[in-house]
Design a protein around this ligand. Structure first.
Ligand code: ADP
Ligand code: MG
Length: 384
């Protein structure tokens, strides 16, 4: 089966010939629709009369046509308006103008755009209501922190990684969508009713240099909530649509553990999110984590690395004690063909820090665990 995600992946290989960036990064891909063996791609040109539009069209047809099972590729062309163009350049270049290479006078693109429209086929498209952050071509990189089961330190790792990443100068958000065990408010020391903007959007908590949204903004952590089917998906969608996120380079998601309904729902809605898997060192834990990885792969989510938590206890004389066995992280990484991004020691101070709302990377950045988090954050920048 041809998926939108696979098409988008193929489109990353198409560059705007002038701007020399992928048309995906330039937000030029406005829609992808798959119907049977036909694929339609809507491309918005950055300038009217882009003289190279025929080349872009041909490149799209070539790259998408390579995907197995694709028989026909329809390309429709349109043109960005001023605001869209500025936003696209900001996302791709960090400023609102690009300096295109000198080019010959530009013929009108209207004819090409019209022709494209006529050939358009009535098919599924990206729902226009899909919030920008959930679109596969969003400029924000989504990093899901997942685990096979609860209690392995997934939330602690997500919080510390998000804060560590912010310390490298990136704009970072954390979305706590582990609705069964939302704990980020406590771990990061955020509390109080959230503010609401005049257009009724929730303002994320700002803590330790990151933006945070959690179920804990709306209900106390100890309150039981019974989640039924569609409520879960809706709740997550609201965290994307009804939150006034400021510009984000990276958005971490504290995912529900395991392979339950919500985990599946998140995976289906966010196929472009990259996952890191948190596991403990015992080989048994590895099997549980593998299940999560298998589901992610079925949903076409890419697992980019493994983090082993509670790896060892550093004894007073410096030696390492393998409290929970050893090798689980390494084995899992090898089985998945991804890097082991790092090992976090078992540290009482880490737990205390999490319990008091000051994560270890803030409270004691020189500790062994904090240094591990900082190193993992750097590595993540490379693999995501
Ligand atoms: N490396 C570690 N050293 C010591 N305590 C840890 C470590 N990682 C997590 N913890 C503690 O273990 C408990 C479970 O961690 P948590 O992040 O809530 O797990 P999960 O989100 O996977 O359920 C928390 O009390 C947390 O402070
Ligand atoms: Mg948790």
């Amino acid at each position: 089966m041809i998926t939108e995600a696979a098409v988008l992946d193929a489109l990353k290989g198409v560059r705007d010939p002038e701007l020399r960036q992928s048309i995906v990064d330039l937000h030029m891909v406005r829609g992808v629709a798959v119907k049977g063996d036909r694929v339609r791609v809507d491309v918005a040109l950055t300038v009217a009369g882009c003289p190279l539009h025929e080349q872009i069209r041909a490149d799209v047809v070539r790259e998408v046509g390579r995907l197995e099972g694709v028989r026909a590729v329809d390309v429709t062309l349109s043109v960005m308006d001023e605001a869209e163009r500025k936003a696209a350049f900001r996302a791709a270049f960090g400023r609102s103008e690009a300096t295109p290479s000198p080019v010959a006078p530009r013929p009108a693109a209207g004819a090409a755009a019209d022709r494209g429209k006529e050939r358009a086929i009535p098919v599924l498209t990206l729902d226009p209501a899909t919030p920008p952050l959930m679109r596969p071509n969003t400029a924000t990189k989504l990093i899901g922190v997942a685990s096979g089961k609860g209690g392995v330190g997934k939330s602690t790792v997500a919080a510390n990684l998000a804060v560590a990443m912010a310390r490298t100068g990136r704009r970072v958000g954390l979305m706590d969508i582990d609705v069964y065990g939302f704990s980020q408010g406590r771990i990061l020391g955020a509390k109080g009713q959230p503010e609401v903007t005049p257009d009724q959007k929730v303002v994320p908590w700002r803590v330790h240099g990151i933006q945070l949204v959690s179920m804990g903004m709306f209900v106390p952590e100890d309150q039981a909530i019974i989640w039924r089917g569609p409520m879960l998906g809706k709740m997550m969608q609201q965290f994307f649509t009804d939150v006034a996120w400021d510009d984000l380079d990276y958005l971490f998601l504290d995912l529900p553990p395991g392979t339950g309904d919500l985990a599946l729902d998140v995976g289906q809605k966010l196929p472009h999110a990259k996952l890191v898997l948190v596991t403990t060192p015992q080989p048994v834990a590895m099997h549980v984590a593998t299940r999560t990885a298998n589901v992610a792969q079925k949903l076409e989510q890419q697992v980019v690395g493994v983090i082993e938590n509670m790896s060892y206890l550093r004894c007073p004389h410096g030696e390492r004690m393998d409290v929970f066995g050893r090798g689980g992280g390494e084995m899992l990484a090898r089985a998945l063909g991804v890097p082991l991004l790092g090992q976090i020691p078992l540290e009482p101070a880490l737990r205390e820090a999490a319990d008091t709302g000051r994560p270890i990377v803030v409270r004691d950045p020189d500790s062994e665990s904090a240094r591990a988090f900082l190193a993992i954050a750097e590595r993540l920048l490379d693999v995501v």
